[in-house]
Design a protein around this ligand. Structure first.
Ligand SMILES: CC(C)(COP(=O)(O)OP(=O)(O)OC[C@H]1O[C@@H](n2cnc3c(N)ncnc32)[C@H](O)[C@@H]1OP(=O)(O)O)[C@@H](O)C(=O)NCCC(=O)NCCS
Length: 140
């Protein structure tokens, strides 16, 4: 692993290089907000076929662990939209090309099906009873 890759792994935010420039650049930002009720209604209407269309099994299992799964489905829905906006010019991305998972601390992260996409994707999620919001940042 090169020095820059090692720095990126350890520091997800801009870090001044020895020359004083920033080598961890922000390339894109995206945000999305969604009414949880919309997702709840889609689940009630189309059930598992809706879930399977939008989410991977790991995402479904994660959300269904909670008392109010729709909040967590809505958050993942918003996070996928936020990643789509942050990437900007890839119209070929589908729902299941973007997977939102959580690490051992609960912190969300994104796995993209496009293995050629080498940039770092940072995700943040929040939800209340009525709304879920997510932001995504692409860093190089
Ligand atoms: C983790 C924590 C920040 C979540 O905040 P919250 O207000 O309870 O819940 P929100 O709806 O805003 O956010 C929930 C989302 O936070 C994200 N999250 C959970 N743990 C996280 C972590 N360790 N780091 C980053 N994001 C985290 C998840 O994406 C979660 O949604 P999901 O389960 O659907 O994926 C909160 O539980 C916590 O630990 N707070 C500690 C705050 C604190 O110590 N403050 C003092 C210093 S400022």
């Amino acid at each position: 692993m090169g020095v820059i890759e090692e720095d990126l792994r350890r520091h997800p935010y801009p870090l001044p290089s020895r020359e004083g420039s920033f080598h961890n650049m922000i390339l894109g930002i995206g945000t999305d907000i969604i009414e949880i009720d919309r997702i709840q209604k889609a689940i009630e209407r189309w059930g598992r076929s809706f879930l399977k269309h939008v989410f991977h099994d790991e995402e479904i299992r994660y959300a269904q662990k909670f008392k109010f799964p729709a909040q967590h489905f809505a958050a993942r829905f918003a996070a996928k939209e936020a990643v789509y906006k942050a990437i900007g010019n890839n119209k070929h991305l589908g729902w299941k090309d973007i997977k939102i998972l959580n690490d051992a601390n609960g912190k969300p992260y994104c796995v993209l099906s496009d293995r050629k996409f080498k940039h770092k994707i940072l995700i943040s999620i929040s939800h209340t009873r009525n709304y879920a919001v997510a932001s995504a940042v692409i860093a190089a």
